[in-house]
Ligand binder design. Structure first.
Ligand SMILES: [Zn+2]
Length: 65
């Protein structure tokens, strides 16, 4: 198996990892319930997208209609 001839210095490792930082996720307010959610995704709280229900939301309390 091929192996690296020399180990990389901690400086070189640090320079590589300088670009590894995670950025915060872009968040928008839900049009329906006002909760923060990810853009172009159905709302996690109410299951709404583009003004209509697209996903059934599991709730702890049983909803009666
Ligand atoms: Zn919502």
């Amino acid at each position: 198996m091929p192996n690296p001839k020399r180990r990389h210095s901690s400086s070189r490792r640090g320079k590589r990892r300088a670009h590894d930082a995670l950025t915060t996720q872009m968040m928008i307010r839900c049009q329906n319930c006002g909760a923060y959610s990810i853009p172009h995704r159905a709302c996690k709280e109410c299951g709404y997208y583009k003004g209509r229900q697209v996903v059934a939301v599991r709730t702890t309390a049983v909803e009666q209609e």
